[in-house]
Design a protein around this ligand. Structure first.
Ligand SMILES: [Zn+2]
Length: 118
């Protein structure tokens, strides 16, 4: 379990972009592109260079370079809202409000049904 803040998340966007779209070097031997490209979009290598050049990236700067907010959102697995921080639990990412709600439900339903004191 770990907590990831929005600031930590957006600092990792350039690296995540690289890991997602940079093609392995062995493809270069057959004159294939360095980046996995998509027709009609700006070159992903160009986007990466712009992302990498940001010293203290902001959400707005990254969204403008990429063209949408998919890479800067911290989306809660439960409520789907963009959150200032998430708790990573295995494959789930949960916001504070959802965690508190679950803890309350746990107290109310599970412990109460066992006759325990909360
Ligand atoms: Zn949530």
């Amino acid at each position: 379990m770990k907590i990831v803040t929005k600031q930590q998340h957006i600092k990792g966007v350039a690296k995540a972009w690289y890991n997602r779209y940079k093609l392995p070097t062995y493809y270069k031997s057959i004159q294939a592109p360095e980046w996995e490209e998509r027709e009609g979009e700006e070159g992903r290598g160009e986007v990466y260079n712009k992302l990498k050049a940001l010293e203290n990236p902001t959400v707005e700067q990254i969204d403008e370079i990429i063209g949408d907010s998919r890479w800067t959102r911290l989306e809660c697995s439960e409520c789907r809202l963009d959150s200032p921080a998430l708790v990573y639990l295995g494959g789930f990412h949960m916001c504070g409000a959802c965690l508190r709600k679950m803890a309350d439900e746990y107290d109310q339903h599970v412990l109460a049904s066992e006759g325990g004191t909360v």
